[in-house]
Design a protein. Structure first.
Length: 142
């Protein structure tokens, strides 16, 4: 049975995000730094009369920091708070059949904790990311 996924790119890699986790896709304006926040918290941004926490997805996944020029973000809600997950780009929303992660697939760093399965698009495997897993317990407490 297929379900809807948002196809995006993070750190140059194609990923699939369950559409139910996506509130919207936006371009973030000014980001205000938060003193003493975790390194993966880029800062706060105003979005439609609410404040969202902007997550540096590269840093959160244990990769190179997301470039400052990246302003596209996927808005998601986790435990009553809204987060902007920075992405390189967004392609489309499409139905795919969710497949389990194969035991031979070696995921490293944050990819391993956030990856929850794969989908195949035209023969290319895309890792399904759980956005809530990208946002650690430390970020939720902040």
């Amino acid at each position: 049975m297929s379900e809807l996924f948002l196809v995006a790119h993070i750190a140059g890699r194609g990923v699939a995000i369950v559409a139910a986790q996506v509130d919207s896709v936006v371009d973030i304006g000014e980001i205000v730094a938060v003193p003493r926040a975790d390194a993966f918290v880029r800062g706060l941004a105003a979005l439609r009369s609410r404040v969202v926490t902007v997550i540096d997805t590269g840093t959160a996944l244990g990769l190179d920091p997301t470039p400052d020029s990246v302003r596209r973000a996927v808005i998601t809600g986790v435990e009553g708070h809204h987060y902007a997950i920075l992405v390189d780009s967004v392609e489309d929303v499409a139905p795919f059949v969710r497949l389990p992660l194969s035991s031979g697939l070696a995921l490293h760093g944050g990819w391993a904790s956030a990856g929850v399965g794969i989908v195949e698009r035209e023969g290319e495997p895309l890792l399904i990311l759980d956005l809530a897993a990208i946002i650690s317990d430390t970020a939720l407490a902040a």
